[in-house]
Write a protein that binds this ligand. Structure first.
Ligand code: TYD
Length: 192
């Protein structure tokens, strides 16, 4: 099984990914926790370029995220799924669709096409999209992309809301304004 968590920065998705990983591990499952971009040697180096590097054009940015993802799928995710593990990813393709496709204006369809090529068509079984009004987000880090202005975050949020309606079978909209325990319980019920 392959599960991803998505949302704007400060939506609480990382907390939820960690809570799910802990619960599955406590149940004795073979579970693998991953974050994007990163998770491989190449991916970590691409991560530095993306989050700490120079300004870049939108397609360069989308292509670097896709390159890191291609490596992660080939080296880590597919082998884990093949051995029967549960893979929990903090961000995956939908981050590129919301940030690069919508907020950077490249188009959801074209960014999806790039990512389907990069991942061999691998999409999660379930994607939890944590929806939270940008004004309520608890922003923590301050990387190159997170330094974008409030209007950019509003577009990312808008992107995630569109993705939930575009992919209703895979994406589950989660009201992220509630307590972490209540959200974790909803995630548990959904996966049961
Ligand atoms: P991440 O390290 O997950 O930050 P956070 O702690 O906020 O979750 O991601 C770093 C930034 O990269 C974040 O602002 C979202 C952005 N991003 C994209 O723009 N496209 C992508 O495909 C991914 C995976 C992340």
């Amino acid at each position: 099984m392959f599960v991803s968590f998505e949302g704007i920065d400060g939506s609480g998705k990382t907390t939820q990914a960690e809570l799910l990983v802990k619960r599955l591990a406590d149940e004795g499952r073979d579970v693998l926790a991953l974050r994007e971009p990163g998770g491989t040697e190449l991916g970590e180096r691409i991560r530095e370029l993306l989050l700490d590097g120079p300004a870049m054009s939108p397609w360069a940015e989308a292509s670097l995220f896709a390159a890191a993802r291609a490596e992660l799928v080939a080296e880590v995710i597919r082998p884990a799924i093949d051995r029967g593990a549960v893979v929990v990813c903090d961000r995956y393709v939908d981050s590129s669709l919301a940030y690069q496709g919508v907020a950077r204006g490249l188009g959801v369809e074209r960014v999806l096409e790039l990512n389907l090529a990069a991942t061999g068509g691998l999409l999660p079984d379930r994607t939890f999209v944590l929806l939270l009004a940008p004004k309520d987000a608890r922003r923590t880090t301050n990387d190159r992309i997170e330094r974008e202005d409030a209007e950019f975050v509003r577009r990312v949020d808008d992107g995630y809301r569109r993705l939930v309606t575009m992919f209703p079978e895979r994406c589950v909209a989660i009201d992220a304004s509630r307590a972490p325990d209540a959200i974790a319980e909803e995630v548990r019920r959904e996966l049961a």
